[in-house]
Design a protein around this ligand. Structure first.
Ligand code: B4P
Length: 185
């Protein structure tokens, strides 16, 4: 089963994806975390990605797709796959469809988490990661609106694929909403 966790920066994709993967025994791929690990390890990808992530922009589709291809080949992703923060552009969604098609697979559900934008700003400022300053947060929201939100139209072409969840509640309440949405598939 392939599940995409989708939503604006700070909406709780990473939080819910990690919980869901742990409890269901699924593989969890966060492209944001993979990029932060590459930056910390100063790999070639990390050196290319550092400034882009710090400015709240999107790393190129080619780099991200390479990470995804390599990660999905790992055995722990056979039981199930949680994609957290990927795809984020139409190009990435098309690349993902090609990768899955070659394996005879397809996306089972897109979990679209929604939270009011001012709540998101407060959550991210409280988290305080390097890219969680006000200027970068605003840039990330703009990128989300322009490049990522249009993916909802892309996935809406498949009937009943998108499940929209209200993410404005405590973590366990949101988790139970996610679980019901996924079990309904
Ligand atoms: P990500 O790592 O994906 O981070 P995010 O969208 O900012 O956060 P997320 O929604 O996962 O929020 P979280 O659960 O952590 O991306 C970071 C950067 O990497 C991007 O800006 C981009 O540069 C790059 N990148 C990543 N993927 C890419 C791609 N595919 N293509 C190109 N570039 C890419 O939650 C946030 C905070 O809220 C946490 O502190 C959490 O504890 C709190 N929280 C969560 N749920 C809560 C709840 N229910 N109530 C209260 N607080 C909650």
């Amino acid at each position: 089963m392939i599940i995409i966790f989708f939503g604006a920066p700070g909406v709780g994709k990473g939080t819910q994806a990690a919980l869901f993967a742990e409890r269901m025994g699924f593989g969890h791929l966060s492209t944001g975390e993979a990029l932060r690990n590459a930056i910390a390890a100063q790999t070639d990808i990390g050196k290319l990605a550092k400034q882009i992530v710090d400015e709240g922009k999107l790393v190129s589709d080619d780099i991200v797709t390479k990470i995804v291809e390599e990660t999905l080949a790992q055995p722990k992703f056979q039981a199930g796959t949680i994609l957290d923060g990927y795809p984020r552009t139409i190009g990435q969604a098309t690349a993902l469809a090609d990768i899955l098609h070659a394996k005879g697979q397809s996306v089972a559900v897109v979990v679209n988490i929604t939270v009011d934008q001012e709540t998101l700003v407060q959550r991210l400022l409280a988290r305080g990661r390097k890219d969680d300053n006000e200027e970068t947060i605003r840039a990330r929201f703009a990128v989300y609106e322009n490049e990522t939100a249009p993916l909802l139209d892309f996935y809406a072409k498949t009937p009943n694929l998108i499940k929209t969840i209200d993410g404005e509640a405590d973590v366990e309440t949101v988790y139970s909403r996610v679980k019901i949405a996924v079990e309904g598939k």
